[in-house]
Ligand binder design. Sequence first.
Ligand SMILES: [Zn+2]
Length: 319
Amino acid sequence: MSFASQAREEIARRSTVKACCVRAVCYGIACFAKYFDTKGLVLQTEQQHTAQYAQQMFACCGVEGTVVEKQRPSGILYEFSIREPEQVERMHALFGTTGNETSIQIDPALLRCRGCLSGYIGAAFLCSGTVTDPQKEYNLEFLTPRTNLARDFEALLAEHEFAPRRTRRRAVNVIYIKTSDQVEALLAFMGAEEAAAQIQRQKAVKSVRNRVNRHTNCETANLSKMAKANAQTLLAIRYLQQENALDSLPEPLRQAAAKRLEYPDLSLSALCGCFEPALSKSGLSNRMKKLEAAAAQLKQKREEACNEGDCTEQPAHRG
Ligand SMILES: [Zn+2]
């Protein structure tokens, strides 16, 4: 089942109790239905539960409508309609409309409480809305060819802490919201709690993933810093070893050099644990610095000796 279908099913399943709210749901269905005029009401939908929900809600208000299935090349279409003159009359009496209005505009008197508002917006979503799978993008939209209704609906959402935008797409008005927080909040407000929770979970996963990425980047940077420091110490120790200078060093320095040669890849703190008893990091760092200094000193001495012509180094090949 698609994310949008799941959200619609949730909205159609919720229970609406108060009379004012049930009427608001019916009013939402009427405003966003295909036809709503003197001849009655026609709602066409691909979801059976939406058609049944419309029938139930109107029945609660004493207005009888029928649901029929229509086979279309694209699939089954469910049509809920109110066409019996007596029922049509009751429906218009319910909303205080005649069906002769030149355009549909939202009558605020029919939205009395927060439940009314939630029911009305939920009904609009069932009849004309859709929501994109949050794994792809955050987008929730309502479509209607009725421009005045679109304007009123945008204002209604804006009045209640949502920040909708409106545009036109092929002669149809689109009212949409695009941020994750808003999509999540509006789904919850319409009664699609589980769909809203799914967005919340997904956002949590994304934020953990971002944090892990940031952490990994930091660690990589630290690792390369550590590798650089290790390499420097290792070079110094190997030079001392090559020059047979290690044995003449004090015991603690010899030990440190031996451990570093044994575990060239360990971090300094990890290397501390290889001593018995374990050394402090500053203690070991100090020894490594002394080793590097000893190597540098030896190198300098050798170079000076060379310059004075007292070079003991022999050419690699003789004769
Ligand atoms: Zn209400």
